[in-house]
Design a protein around this ligand. Structure first.
Ligand code: GLA
Ligand code: ZN
Length: 720
């Protein structure tokens, strides 16, 4: 009997079994997958709100449900933070209140997504079982009293989390109105992204035993002979807590992988139980896109679809420069677009749900301004334009108490309509009118951006330059690629890449054999691969490759590195040539110095000044039917955009709609129809030129030639 069948056949047994030994849960190497069950095509339209009846007097539930129905709301998400009410003391469950509110909502044709409450266990639990508390990367035990303060490995916490979720599933499996589940809440968003407690240490050692099978293999992989750390027993292996010096990179990287796997298996336990007890319900979990503390592709592997939380205003106030001024809306729009493309890509392009969409001023303890009129509608369309199939506005009312009093909802603190209420109501109506096909259409992307948590983790452990951050490097490349309006998927270079014209890989520090093979096949097949500096330095164990750089991709890139240079004060200039001819540029924080090794290599830029003056900086190598381009210098902003857009255009990527900066263009397609979204992220009217004749499905107007889009305006075009 394998683990899944064991879990499915005896989830209750599991609960008791786990009770019998209070220690770490040991993760088997690769759990049996519990494959997605519920086809997206059967999903109802999902345009709703996040509702907190657990925080709302019962005598308001009826009026809330009536008001939601009148606003066109189709569903709510509830109960993800209601553990204390559902289990006031260990083992005694009270779902009566929840059954009543589900009944009221159902009477108003409002469907219910139930949240399992493991993100915030009640005080009785942490008082009785303090060992469930997380230990942060300084060895400090987190205090209870908020949320996301628990250890993903601890058996007691997993047993009690599974027990309440199982009790909920038994109660609501056949309840009219309940359509699906959200497991836990934002796995990635605690103050401490990882736990370093004794249970995690035991779990890690067990996970390593399953991964490496022998101590020799582990000692070899990590190079533990360095500083005499050769392990003679797995129980000697520590977790990367503060020590006398920086950690062994192989150990630290494996620990990030272990913590990701621990969270994934935590989710999978609840998932297996829900699949068994609620086969008709869809199952997902919500996260903010663009975080790497968990391998999202692993986390969402067996879920029906991905769910994302989207707060552009929050990005704005946290993306500001030292001066505190927030970044302009079109820059925020690009970051948000990246997070949507990221979340769409974790399930290979499947439509995703916005489980939480900003609906007013957002933030705690500092909060963003009220979005400008039109922005809430625009942000909702942006999500749909990038592949979302539905939107839940966070939250119905605005809390009058608790840590999130300033995360403003659809209703104000006095429960009157918030400034954006009418706009959200209009948006819900319009988006519903797009219809199921449009909302479930595939996303058109000619480009792919590589985002691999392994490179992010390995680079965070050894950045080489204090300003070298994997995420921001991928964000600036995404920004440049996005300006091509050619659509960008986010991949980790392990799947087949042949559907793309151009694949970009900034700071791809760690290259696994499988990734190198996929990239080689892609270029040989005619694709254009554009890599940034620090390419292929590390192998899967975060050892530095023993060959000249870029290691496994030397043949594809047609160059070897003479040297790699972090740049601090001294200047390193770049002179462009050939198809990249243009104004000279200056490297920011890094320069890879290239040595062409093949006659099919064209040098598109050289370094000026310094010890490497005259050396190749950017090269293009004809390889098979395709080409591989190495960007050795660290470029940013307009210089990076000019280089990438020139290379993308010369790779046969063209769009029939030319749009000025601040306008976003995306397309979604079925075999029958293509919907093109034009989004104006700026506060001023803009004009866009379109080839051919279209109809705007929102106002049914005929569209051709130059069209105007009002500030924060939206157009959804279909070919006439
Ligand atoms: C997140 C969480 C919600 C709430 C909102 C607003 O996305 O999932 O519970 O905290 O943000 O903060
Ligand atoms: Zn732990």
């Amino acid at each position: 009997m394998n683990r899944r069948d064991f879990i499915v056949s005896g989830s209750a047994t599991l609960a008791t079994l786990l009770a019998s030994h209070d220690s770490a849960v040991f993760l088997e190497a690769q759990q049996e997958s519990v494959s997605p069950k519920n086809a997206l095509s059967n999903l109802p339209l999902l345009f709703g709100t996040d509702y907190y009846p657990d925080q709302t007097p019962e005598n308001l539930w009826e009026q809330d449900a009536a008001a939601m129905a009148e606003a066109g709301i189709t569903n709510v998400r509830i109960a993800e933070f209601a553990w204390a009410l559902m289990e006031p003391q260990e083992g005694s469950f009270d779902f009566k209140w929840l059954e009543r509110v589900v009944g009221i909502l159902h009477a108003h044709q409002i469907a219910v997504i139930l949240g399992t409450p493991s993100a915030a266990p009640p005080p009785w639990l942490t008082q009785k079982y303090p060992e469930v508390l997380m230990v942060n990367d300084h060895g400090a035990t987190l205090s209870p009293g908020t949320r996301r303060f628990t250890c993903p490995t601890n058996a007691t916490y997993r047993r009690l989390s599974l027990a309440i979720a199982t009790a909920m599933a038994h109660t609501f499996a056949a309840t009219p109105g309940v359509i699906g589940w959200q497991i836990d809440n934002e796995f990635t968003l605690g103050e401490s992204a990882r736990c370093y407690c004794r249970f995690c240490r035991e779990g890690f050692q067990h996970w390593l035993r399953a991964k490496y099978q022998s101590l020799d293999a582990l000692n070899q992989a990590w190079g533990t002979v360095f500083w005499s750390n050769t392990y003679t027993d797995f129980s000697q292996i520590p977790v990367p807590l503060p020590s006398g010096a920086p950690p062994n990179p192989g150990m630290a990287l494996d620990y990030d992988r272990y913590q990701s796997a621990a969270n994934v298996s935590f989710l999978e336990e609840q998932l297996a139980m829900l699949r068994q007890l609620c086969p008709a319900h869809f199952i997902t979990t919500n996260n903010v896109g663009l975080v790497d503390t968990i391998d999202m592709r692993e986390l969402y592997r067996d879920l029906d679809f991905a769910s994302s939380d989207n707060y552009p205003g929050f990005f704005a106030i946290h993306s500001g420069s030292e001066s505190g001024a927030s970044a302009p809306p079109e820059v925020i729009a690009m970051t948000v677009a990246y997070s949507h493309d990221f979340m769409r890509s974790v399930k290979d392009g499947q439509p995703f749900l916005i489980m939480e969409e900003q609906s007013g001023k957002a933030g705690q303890p500092i909060f963003s301004p009220q979005p400008e009129p039109g922005q809430l509608r625009l942000w909702s369309y942006q999500a749909v334009a990038h592949g979302a199939m539905g939107i839940n506005y966070f939250r119905w009312d605005t809390a009058n108490f608790g840590a999130e009093e300033y995360w403003h909802g659809m209703l104000r603190h006095d429960r009157s309509h918030s400034p954006g209420f009418d706009e959200m109501q209009r948006t819900i109506r319009e988006l519903k009118s797009l219809g199921h096909d449009a909302l479930h259409a595939g996303y058109e992307a000619d480009l792919a951006l590589c985002f691999d948590p392994n490179s992010s983790w390995a680079l965070a452990i050894q950045p080489g330059h204090p300003k070298l951050k994997y995420f921001s490097e991928t964000l600036s490349w995404y920004g440049a690629m996005g300006a091509s309006h050619a659509g960008v998927d986010v991949v980790d270079a392990t799947p087949d890449l042949s559907r793309y014209k151009v694949v970009c890989a900034p700071a791809m520090y760690l290259v696994a054999q499988k990734q190198a093979d996929r990239i080689r096949a892609f270029v040989q097949g005619g694709g254009t691969f554009i890599a940034g500096f620090r390419l292929g330095v590390k192998d899967e164990h975060s050892r530095i490759v023993e060959t000249p750089l870029p290691g496994l991709l030397r043949d594809v890139m047609g160059v070897e590195l003479i040297d790699y240079q972090p740049i601090y004060s001294e200047k390193q200039g770049v002179k462009f040539a050939g198809s990249l001819a243009g104004a000279d540029a200056e490297c920011k924080i890094w320069a890879d110095i290239l040595d062409p090794k093949d006659k099919d290599v064209e040098v598109l830029a050289t370094y000026t000044g310094g010890q490497y003056a005259g050396k190749a900086a950017i090269t293009s190598h004809r390889f098979g039917k395709g080409k591989a381009i190495y960007l050795g210098p660290h470029l940013e902003g307009a210089e990076l955009a000019r280089v990438l857009l020139t290379l993308i255009a010369s790779s046969g990527v063209a769009r029939s709609i030319q749009a000025p900066p601040g306008i976003e263009v995306t397309s979604r397609r079925t075999n029958q129809q293509t919907w093109t979204y034009l989004l104006n992220h700026t506060a001023k009217e803009q004009s866009v030129n379109v080839d051919g004749r279209y109809t705007d499905v929102l106002d049914h107007s005929a569209i051709s030639g130059s069209i105007r889009i009002e500030p924060y305006g939206v157009r959804v075009l279909v070919r006439a």
